[in-house]
Design a protein around this ligand. Structure first.
Ligand code: PMP
Length: 307
């Protein structure tokens, strides 16, 4: 593997990565019946700080509830296990991946005999998700031929493993087409989200956060809305956004734990605004990065310090 995850927390114990093994007969491996989170810890003056740990753990439990997956720990136990995993590995900053899944008791399609869940927490060092160049110059998006699934097909509000077959198909095709990320539309052609990011656009100084019933409720999105309002911007939630609204926006950007705040400079071969990283986007990105690294006292409420 090229992932160096040090010690992994697996069903209550910290074990070396090579020893963190699961059965090839796990239900989740066959049917995608897992739920997970993506969290980041950032280096601060007082050691690593985990960004919005409580909200991520809450979303993990919501995802599990949607799948009727029983996590045999309390949210508080999972949160402490995450802190313990980061501390044990001694990372200054890292990405954190908690995962809960239906295990290997039964391979019938009904997952419930595999309750309670197996649970693991892995951590590793991970830089700019879409690459440094996308951050500086803005990412290129292409509309995917894969649509974001409606909520009566798959539970998009759950961060469930199987949902990411849709994301992975869209992402592979976007990269093959020379873009950095996929723009996913819903079945009617309205803008949903990226393969792993929520979308915003800026028009006449107003920030529009794209809202859609099929989107994952992003924690970065929520943070950026609060930051933007604190900076004095008007922020509106935008529903039923078509591609031409994005084509003619002044700025477009993406938010996500992995992608942080990434400007979008091109969509379907059309330059957005000036065709480079937008000014408001970069202002929001700057404050977001100050917030996550403990440089903004008003956002320290979002940090869990690993001491
Ligand atoms: N949408 C999808 C499909 C995602 O996978 C992610 C990443 N978790 C997001 C949006 C952004 O969510 P967050 O800001 O909580 O990371």
């Amino acid at each position: 593997t090229r992932i160096h995850a040090g010690k992994i927390w697996l069903n209550g114990e910290l074990v070396p990565q090579e020893e963190a093994k699961v059965s090839v007969l796990a239900h989740a491996l066959h049917y995608g019946t897992s739920v997970f989170e993506g969290i980041r810890a950032y280096a601060t003056d007082e050691g690593p700080a985990i960004f919005r740990l409580e909200e991520h753990v809450e979303r993990l439990f919501h995802s599990a509830k949607i799948l009727r997956l029983e996590i045999p720990y309390t949210p508080e136990q999972i949160a402490s296990a995450i802190v313990e995993t980061v501390r044990t590995n001694g990372w200054k900053s890292c990405y954190i991946r908690p995962l809960a899944w239906f295990g290997a008791t039964s391979l019938g399609v009904n997952p419930l005999p595999n309750n309670p869940a197996d649970v693991m927490i892995a951590t590793w060092e991970w830089g700019a998700y879409l690459g440094e160049e996308a951050v500086r110059k803005g990412a290129k998006l292409v509309t995917s031929s894969w649509r974001r699934f409606p909520g009566d097909v798959m539970p998009g509000k759950a961060k469930a493993g199987g949902n990411y077959v849709n994301s992975a198909l869209a992402k592979m095709d976007a990269l093959a087409a020379g873009a950095d990320e996929a723009l996913l539309l819903d079945k009617e052609g309205y803008v949903a989200e990226g393969s792993g990011e929520n979308l915003f656009f800026v028009k006449n100084g107003v920030i529009h956060a794209i809202e859609h019933s099929v989107n994952l409720p992003g924690i970065t999105r929520d943070s950026v809305i609060e930051i933007a309002e604190d900076l004095g911007f008007t922020v509106k939630e935008a529903y039923r956004v078509t591609r031409e609204i994005l084509f003619t926006a002044d700025e477009v950007f993406m938010t996500g734990t992995a992608a942080e705040v990434t400007p979008v400079s091109m969509i379907d071969h059309r330059p957005i605004g000036t065709g480079s990283a937008g000014e408001i986007t970069m202002q929001l990105r700057k404050v977001y990065l100050e917030a996550v690294t403990g440089q903004r006292s008003e956002y320290r409420k979002w940090l869990t310090f690993v001491k």
